[in-house]
Design a protein around this ligand. Structure first.
Ligand code: DGL
Length: 270
């Protein structure tokens, strides 16, 4: 069982930022990634739809005897983490609690900002997670719907990125936050631009990085780290264009060649 793969799901390519961290922190683990690129973005969808899609992705990866499931998508975590965790016999991690815990650890003023999709911010999932750890924390949530399309179009550096980031996060200026959680899979790619917008004065938390750390602790404590010398073997599935997925994945993961297959989710029910 310890040599079984870790399943990672996301609404699209964004969760590859979590995969990158997993590969860095846990280089011996095999990963099966599924990105629902055909139905991305999840951010503006209804919670019922997001719940259904997240279950379909979960059922798909269950076929591969995964030993752990990571819901890399903040939006899907906000909507479906609790019920999926209750139903599966393996550890199920979302990205929200690890990000919230890391922010509480570094914030000195207890004034924390969160940026994410409309659904993630509307759900107040980060606010609940932060307040559960420290009741007297002040949370400033801000939906930044323009940032996902910006990253998906490959524009995560340069003048356009600086302009769109500045316009999007401008409402956080004057809130006196000392820590900002990047509550969306795509935002770590914009981290240098966001950091320079705040002139390096606030701490930035990438939920994906913290989730990989938590996955590593859980696998270690449950003696589930891959001890086999064979591997790792990674597999990538997408519901959309294989070519597009492959191009982005190879670029983001800085890998020369990855194999991508098509996943058909509509035949799977909750
Ligand atoms: N993966 C989503 C998230 O982290 C961003 C893209 C989307 O809206 O589906 O919230």
């Amino acid at each position: 069982m310890s040599s079984n793969p870790i399943g990672i799901i996301d609404s699209g390519v964004g969760g590859l930022t979590v995969v990158k961290e997993m590969m860095r922190q846990l280089p011996h683990e095999s990963i099966i990634y599924l990105g629902d690129t055909a139905r991305c973005p999840y951010g503006p969808r209804s919670s019922e739809e997001i719940r259904k899609f997240t279950w379909e992705m979960t059922r798909f990866l269950e076929q591969y005897q995964i030993k752990m499931l990571i819901i890399a998508c903040n939006t899907a975590t906000a909507v479906a983490l609790d019920e999926i965790r209750q139903s599966l016999p393996i550890p199920v991690l979302g990205v929200i609690h690890p990000g919230a815990r890391a922010a509480i650890k570094v914030s000195k003023t207890n004034r924390i900002g969160v940026i994410g999709t409309q659904m993630t911010i509307n759900s107040k999932a980060y606010e609940f997670a932060l307040k559960k750890i420290r009741r007297r924390v002040t949370v400033h949530g801000l939906a930044c719907p323009k940032l996902v399309p910006l990253v998906e179009s490959g524009e995560w550096t340069g003048k356009l990125a600086e302009k769109v980031v500045a316009e999007s996060i401008e409402p956080l200026k004057g809130t006196n936050i000392d820590t900002l959680i990047l509550g969306c899979t795509h935002y770590p790619l914009l981290q240098p631009v966001i950091e320079s917008y705040f002139e390096g004065k606030i701490k930035i938390i990438s939920s994906g990085e913290e989730t990989a750390r938590e996955a590593s602790v859980i696998l270690d404590h449950t003696s589930m780290l891959n001890g086999s010398t064979d591997g790792p073997h990674h597999a990538f599935f997408t519901t959309g264009s294989k070519t597009m997925f492959k191009n982005i994945a190879q670029q983001w993961l800085e890998l020369e060649e990855i194999h991508v297959e098509t996943a058909n989710l509509t035949s799977l029910t909750t």
